[in-house]
Design a protein around this ligand. Structure first.
Ligand code: NAG
Ligand code: NAG
Ligand code: NAG
Ligand code: NAG
Ligand code: NAG
Ligand code: NAG
Ligand code: NAG
Ligand code: NAG
Ligand code: NAG
Ligand code: NAG
Length: 483
């Protein structure tokens, strides 16, 4: 097998080109056969300036000192190795994950609220149902395994979206569907849709976020629905809410469009291509009322916070006001503002005894082929195999946005609200072969001119299905099933 990787940073042009993201795909209601207006995903010119987030400029409030809590996951106490007595009794209730050993440490750190990006948290100790080893599920390698993967075929996925149905739109190479994620040190359990539906019986799981989160939701629906006969399943659309139901289990797996978490000018699930970003201060209830009571919630929000050259307008008042009162800040800082409102909402409205919370980390893109040793005018188009260089990271991956999310999650932990980060960034970095490029349809088929010009019209942001998001869901499954 040939693998491609090469010197990083050959070019100065920074990959904030993620302008690509900016053109977020409007969701296709093709599912209910509606045809929508055409929207494109142009690749930005290579000369766009980097969008640098200066985290140190974040406003900090008064600092308070809190003893650090034990790792955010619950433990298999029978194998618990205590290093030191924990002196603080204010721990949140343990989350009943079935783990073996976790090391505790006591350490004093200073946490401002909102907290600053914390030092990287300790790796999650994990007894992944197999073996006893401590294991970071997100650190591993891709193994070619055509006996277990793909986990379904696109023909059997009735609710597939055309924008990620790569085979349907002419992708001929097949290897990209055959990779299995193998963590170093443990195995992940085989995805069993019946077991998952049993676990979700009478329950509701909701994916809340942008088009990448929708990509993961479609994958989850494909993963579970293949075992369900047509009359036993349904799909409903109601504005921003897409709802899959497995009738026999009365289990719902929903997607809710909310790319900036807060109420915003991008809230239309179909027509949300906007030249500016506006969020309404403190306004999350408009969205949150649709998912507050769910049993499992999977959030994401990154790409919409990156768009070179524009600021975020924070609206005080309502979108209907005639004279609007705006405050402008750096777009990337808006994520922190949004997460503050989000955190407050979770803390006061979500029953953490009932609801399992996840936040998916940033999904990387493969827009600049020079990052893996190809000519710089190429991209993910024509890539058929993963990158094998351990720890490969693309220039465009914005770690500061991830630190912002980790800080918010850490802040919630101190308040007794556990949010599990699904740390899929690194494993997805390797998968330059996983994107639709030109093998997709969005509202309308790509034109001949577009097909002839893959360097400009490739989608190197979203992911083909079957493919990489199936693995994100295998990891999500591992957490849900071990609770
Ligand atoms: C970030 O902001 C701080 C404070 O405003 C400033 O001292 C520092 O030089 C800035 N760093 C960068 C990389 O712009
Ligand atoms: C803890 O781990 C031990 C050994 O792996 C196992 O025998 C035991 O059942 C586990 N306990 C729980 C509560 O999972
Ligand atoms: C933990 O997992 C083991 C193996 O899957 C299972 O036998 C045991 O009952 C689980 N314990 C709890 C508390 O869920
Ligand atoms: C995510 O995984 C990467 C690579 O394994 C690691 O460097 C990073 O610290 C992890 N982040 C979190 C929040 O676990
Ligand atoms: C799996 O891959 C092996 C080696 O490439 C090949 O011989 C075999 O036919 C493949 N099996 C399937 C089911 O595609
Ligand atoms: C679709 O599912 C049916 C029954 O579950 C199976 O027989 C068929 O082979 C599947 N089709 C494909 C293309 O995998
Ligand atoms: C999935 O789980 C069900 C119920 O536990 C079991 O009957 C079935 O054999 C499992 N399927 C696979 C492929 O392991
Ligand atoms: C079905 O599940 C929903 C939660 O998703 C619950 O509110 C409702 O009571 C359930 N209905 C039945 C008949 O169990
Ligand atoms: C759609 O959602 C609204 C609330 O947002 C609700 O009032 C309405 O009944 C829903 N319609 C359908 C057909 O479910
Ligand atoms: C969560 O469960 C614990 C223990 O069962 C209980 O004491 C607590 O009141 C519950 N919290 C909520 C918000 O229901």
């Amino acid at each position: 097998m040939t693998t491609y990787y090469g010197p990083l940073g050959l070019r100065n042009c920074f990959s904030s080109l993620i302008t690509l993201f900016l053109t977020i795909f409007a969701i296709s209601l093709f599912l209910n056969k509606a045809h929508l207006r055409q929207e494109e995903t142009p690749t930005p010119p290579p000369s766009s300036p980097p969008a640098v987030l200066n985290v140190s400029k974040v406003e900090r409030q008064e600092e308070i000192t809190i003893p650090i809590l034990p790792p955010p996951v619950a433990l298999n106490l029978s194998k618990f190795e205590r290093q030191e007595e924990i002196t603080t009794p204010i721990l949140p209730p343990p989350v009943p994950l079935n783990l073996s050993k976790v090391e505790r440490q006591e350490e004093r750190i200073t946490i401002p609220y909102p907290p600053p990006p914390p030092p990287p948290p300790p790796p999650i100790a994990w007894n992944a149902l197999e073996g006893d080893d401590k294991c970071d599920l997100f650190s591993g390698r891709w193994v070619y395994d055509n006996s277990t993967h793909p986990l379904y075929s696109w023909q059997n996925c009735s609710f597939m979206h055309d924008e990620i149905a790569c085979e349907k739109f002419g992708r001929k190479d097949r290897l990209y569907k055959n990779w299995r994620w193998q963590p170093h040190g443990c195995d992940i359990p085989r995805f069993n849709s019946t077991k998952l539906l049993e676990r979700l019986r009478g329950k509701r799981m909701v994916f809340v976020g942008d088009s990448l989160n929708r990509n993961q939701w479609v994958s989850m629906v494909c993963l579970v629905e293949s075992s369900i006969p047509p009359e036993q399943k349904s799909m409903k659309f109601n504005g921003s809410l897409l709802s899959f139901n497995a009738k026999e289990f009365n289990a719902s797996i929903d997607f809710y469009w909310s790319p900036l978490l807060l109420e915003s000018n991008g809230d239309d699930p179909v027509i949300h291509r906007t030249s500016e970003r506006i969020v309404r201060a403190h306004s999350i209830e408009k969205h949150a009322k649709h998912w507050t009571d769910a049993d499992v919630i999977v959030f994401n929000s990154y790409l919409w916070w990156k768009k070179p050259g524009i600021k975020l307008k924070i609206l005080h008042g309502s979108f209907e006001d005639k004279d609007k009162d705006f405050e402008e800040i750096e777009l990337a800082l808006g994520l922190e503002v949004a997460l503050r409102t989000w955190s407050e909402w979770l803390e006061s409205h979500v029953d953490t005894n009932k609801t399992q919370l996840f936040f998916v980390s940033l999904s990387p893109t493969h827009v600049w082929a020079d990052e893996w040793g190809k000519p710089s005018d190429q991209n993910c188009y024509t890539e058929t195999e993963p990158i094998t260089k351990e720890g490969y990271a693309s220039r465009g991956t914005d770690y500061s946005l991830m630190r912002t999310v980790e800080a918010a999650v850490e802040g919630l932990r101190y308040k007794g609200v556990h949010v599990q980060i699904l740390n899929i960034t690194q494993l997805s970095e390797y998968r330059k072969d996983g994107h639709p490029s030109i093998f997709r349809r969005q509202y309308a088929p790509l034109t001949e001119e577009q097909l002839a010009n893959p360097t400009s019209y490739s989608d190197c942001t979203h992911w083909c299905l079957p493919g990489v998001p199936d693995t994100w869901n295998e990891l999500l499954y591992t957490y849900i099933m071990s609770r």
